[in-house]
Design a protein around this ligand. Structure first.
Ligand SMILES: Cc1cc2nc3c(=O)[nH]c(=O)nc-3n(C[C@H](O)[C@H](O)[C@H](O)COP(=O)(O)OP(=O)(O)OC[C@H]3O[C@@H](n4cnc5c(N)ncnc54)[C@H](O)[C@@H]3O)c2cc1C
Length: 412
């Protein structure tokens, strides 16, 4: 189907999160003037989630700061935003989605952007009151109220959510213990070297880290009062936060016969394996031309960029999606950005002062930069990304030397 034949048709977006909202915006920017229907299960208009573990959780910002678009966006751009509306089924042969309540809606093009779901802790007592997960405004409001009450928090998991919640709860004056099976926080993404840095940051702020430790049960009469650990110890607590990763929401796609493998499988143009069906955001496991493999990225920047790229694809103006994965995190007074994708590496090269927590670090594989992190150092992301994209061997000594201009290390 060419672009002109679709201009008056209906494009349906499943999931009114960041990726879905950016896609709706981009469809209009690209001049699509058919119907855009943006379907969201949550009662809220699209919002960004990063504040939910940071300023919003600490009560330092309001909801207004988190919305993707101003309130009049949907009306102004003629986007049919339907909140509190869950898509129950996809019929790809009939080109229809079924909503809760049974309504069917036809589409010429479909974008799947349902995001991801927090993984549930599978131990006795995990569903007691006082055990929190964090994905939505509603989750954040409940956790924020519990943090306001103070006391002792047990954070289960030492990934991004666990670390940021621990930092926010600690900043709000709670006693915080972080429990995780890994040897260091953030080990899965950052590895041992940088995980050590983050362990020290949390310890310096008074968080107790119980690493290489499992959780056996959560105990309490009516609500969570204690966490029982694999080493037999128990931790008294006033609240528990579980941050043990997310699972992409693939049920609809799988039931409709799309290929699912840690997300909905897509090509480098974000096309799932059916005519007119695209994916974006946390749910997408798309071929990445630069890395020569499929990647599923669970980050803010990816939701924005893939949402926009998928929308361009929907109007026939798409290009292969080859952005370098990027994300950021704020914990206490330590801000960072990460670019790239390091699965294996031979060496981590530090540039700057790790002790004062102002540095850049690079993951090197076969002398090539595969990822970089900047901690309390800013405006270097473009240079780091240029080094990764270049894919040429670098001189580690020069990389390490803060007097050598980073820009001079990547071929122009
Ligand atoms: C607390 C928190 C902090 C974060 N902090 C950072 C950070 O600092 N940096 C960073 O890079 N990333 C961060 N992230 C990750 C980032 O928020 C996600 O990568 C991003 O939200 C993904 O966007 P998405 O649109 O793919 O999915 P989502 O934001 O999950 O949106 C999907 C939407 O689709 C809806 N939906 C699902 N199924 C259906 C259905 N069948 N019918 C209708 N609607 C449906 C869902 O209800 C949801 O509202 C954070 C995430 C969380 C939870």
């Amino acid at each position: 189907m060419g672009m002109t034949s679709t201009m008056s048709e209906t494009f349906v977006i499943v999931g009114a999160g960041l990726a879905g909202a950016k896609a709706a915006e981009t469809l209009r920017e690209e001049g699509f003037d058919g119907r855009v229907v943006l379907l969201g299960a949550e009662p809220h208009r699209p919002y960004e989630r990063p504040p939910l573990s940071k300023d919003y959780l600490r009560g330092e910002s309001a909801r207004d700061g988190a919305y993707v678009h101003p309130e009049d966006f949907a009306v102004e751009r003629a986007v049919e935003l339907r909140t509190s509306t869950t898509v129950r089924a996809l019929d790809l042969a009939a080109h229809e989605v079924t909503l809760d309540g049974g309504e069917r809606l036809g589409f010429a093009r479909l974008l799947l952007a349902p995001g991801a779901e927090p993984r549930r802790l599978q131990v006795p007592g995990a569903d007691l009151a006082g055990v929190h997960y964090l994905r939505t405004f509603d989750n954040a409001d409940a956790l924020r109220a519990a943090i306001e009450r103070g006391g002792r928090a047990v954070v289960i998991g030492a990934g991004w959510i666990g670390c940021e919640v621990a930092a926010s709860a600690r900043t709000k004056g709670m006693d915080v213990t972080m429990v995780a099976p890994e040897a260091v926080p953030l080990e899965r993404v950052l590895g041992r070297e940088l995980g050590d840095v983050y362990a020290a940051i949390h310890r310096d702020h008074g968080v107790q880290l119980l690493l290489e430790t499992g959780v056996e049960a959560i105990e309490g009469a009516a609500r969570a009062e204690r966490v029982r650990l694999s080493d037999g110890r128990t931790l008294d607590c006033d609240l528990v936060v579980v941050g043990i990763g997310v699972t992409p929401r693939t049920e609809l796609a799988a039931a409709a016969g799309l290929e699912v493998d840690d997300g909905v499988v897509a090509d480098e143009r974000l096309r799932a394996g059916a005519e007119g069906v695209f994916v974006a955001g946390d749910v997408a496991n798309a071929w990445h031309p630069l890395f020569g493999r499929r990647l599923r990225v669970e980050h803010w920047h990816n939701a924005i960029e893939q949402g926009a790229a998928a929308a361009r694809g929907m109007v026939g103006a798409g290009e292969p999606y080859d952005r370098i994965p990027y994300f950021f995190s704020d914990q206490y007074d330590v801000g960072m950005e990460y670019a790239g994708h390091a699965e294996r590496w031979d060496e981590v090269v530090f540039r700057g002062d790790v002790d004062t927590r102002e540095f850049v670090a690079f993951w090197l594989h076969q002398r090539r930069v595969v990822a970089g992190i900047n901690v309390n150092v800013w405006d270097v992301t473009d240079q780091i990304q240029a080094l990764i994209r270049a894919g040429t061997p670098v001189d580690a000594t020069r990389l390490r030397d803060p007097d050598v201009d980073l820009g001079s290390l990547a071929p122009a």
